[in-house]
Ligand binder design. Structure first.
Ligand code: GLY
Ligand code: MN
Ligand code: MN
Length: 431
């Protein structure tokens, strides 16, 4: 791992929070992710499994967590199984966690090597009534490859067909959406790395630089600060900014165009999510500034509108209403067009210019887990990302900040990243 050590009290507390949600006689099993294959014998760096990390801090491949809070033998109530190193592994892959290191990392006393797993699992499964297994559940995830957890679930159900099975994901989503102070601190660090990347890029961009060059500047700043890209960066100049998931990042930035940067860092597996839109030549045209200020007003109002008790759906509708009114001011829609009541929300006039969500929970996943059918509550971290897309004018403006909801109001975790158009111009001028 590149990040500095995290106090294991976070993971100890996360396990305690999970235990409080379990039925009596439960056994929870969480697997690491697979190492993703490319082609031939190629692989890519493994992404830590977010739930395993949340509960243990472990990022090593093949790790397995068992939680059995009611196990008769107290020593078996929390066990982490690890891949044991060997001379061969040491030469080819380098260091693997020792048992002592794993204890210090996770706060789990009982660390075992993987060959012990079947025997101990069998013993605990015979004691337990309820088996909580993990699954990747997100309404937009298209799952084509069977994950390690999914293979494990199949194997368990063949072996123990009469147990009562439960989706651990339901509980993890409930827990993970509320961020502990230590998690907010890690998110702040991801935001600080993101800020450094953005400020470097703002000073670097000028007509003629390629979007690839911009990506490289971010990469340098993120990696040297022990971060990484939180998601595939979107570096979209001119018309490219109207492609929502543009990731080619391979065209020259033209004088007079805007450049949309949806680029952020992760740190210790916690993700920031930032969007800024800047003028390639360092000066907004009057029209660009007009659209920019409209989006900025919506961003400000949407941040203020993140109040505990409000449902995300209502917040989305409020943002669409705000963008719609701005579109009238910008001469894009008429008052009559935005006043029509439509039964199908997808047919609202404003959707032509603002067709995506105004934000999402953020954390160990960029589109983080959580029940977005439920009202906002203190501890949620949300992105706020209104936009106006104008392909006919070869531009788009999207602005995105990350915000913590508290009982006493919102805390903008990106409040120190320049966003006012004058501040952007000053920054780009090297002032
Ligand atoms: N960068 C992905 C998003 O804004 O949701
Ligand atoms: Mn984003
Ligand atoms: Mn986002």
């Amino acid at each position: 791992m590149r990040h500095t050590a995290i106090d294991p009290a976070l993971f100890v507390e996360n396990r305690a929070r999970l235990r409080r949600l379990l039925l009596p006689g439960s056994l929870v099993i969480v697997n690491a992710n697979d190492i993703p294959a490319t082609n031939s014998d190629g692989t890519r760096r493994m992404a830590a499994n977010s739930d395993l990390f949340y509960l243990t801090g472990a990022e090593q491949e093949e790790s397995v967590l068992l939680l059995c809070p009611d196990a008769e033998d107290e020593r078996l109530r929390e066990i982490l199984f690890l891949r044991e190193t060997s001379d061969l592994i040491a030469v080819w892959e380098g260091h693997k966690l020792t048992k002592d290191e794993a204890r210090a990392l996770t706060g789990i006393e009982n660390i075992q090597w993987l060959p012990e797993l079947p025997r101990m699992l069998h013993r605990l499964a015979c004691e337990a009534d309820h088996l909580y297994l993990n699954s990747n559940e997100h309404k937009r995830a298209e799952i084509v490859a069977e994950s390690r957890d999914a293979r494990f679930t199949r194997w368990m159900q063949e072996r123990y067909p009469l147990h009562s099975y439960h989706r651990l994901a339901r509980l993890m989503h409930r827990l993970r959406v509320i961020k502990a102070p230590a998690e907010v601190e890690l998110l702040r660090q991801a935001c600080a790395i993101t800020k450094a990347g953005f400020e470097r890029v703002a000073r670097f961009v000028r007509p003629g630089v390629n979007e690839c060059d911009v990506e490289a500047e971010f990469a340098h700043e993120f990696v040297r600060r022990r971060g990484d890209f939180a998601y595939n960066p979107i570096i979209a100049s001119g018309h490219n900014a109207c492609v929502l998931h543009y990731v080619d990042n391979n065209l020259p930035c033209q004088d007079g165009d805007l450049l949309l940067l949806d680029v952020a860092a992760s740190y210790a597996n916690y993700n920031a999510d930032l969007t800024r839109t800047i003028p390639v030549n360092g000066r907004f045209t009057p029209r660009q500034r007009q659209v920019y200020e409209a989006v900025l007003r919506v961003l400000r109002a949407s941040i203020a509108g993140l109040t505990p008790g409000k449902k995300p759906k209502q917040w989305q509708e409020e943002a669409e209403e705000l963008v719609a009114r701005e579109c009238v001011g910008l001469g894009l829609l008429t008052q009559a067009e935005i006043s029509v009541t439509v039964t199908d929300p997808a047919r609202k006039a404003v959707k032509k210019y603002f067709m995506h969500g105004n934000g999402h929970p953020l954390g160990l996943d960029v589109h983080d887990v959580g029940f977005t059918t439920e009202p906002f509550a203190p501890g949620w971290v949300m992105t706020v990302e209104p936009a106006i897309y104008l392909p006919a004018e070869k531009m788009a403006v999207r602005l995105e900040n990350d915000v913590l909801i508290t009982e006493d109001g919102v805390v903008d975790l990106m409040a120190d990243i320049p966003i006012e158009p004058d501040d952007i111009e000053r920054l780009m001028a090297g002032k």
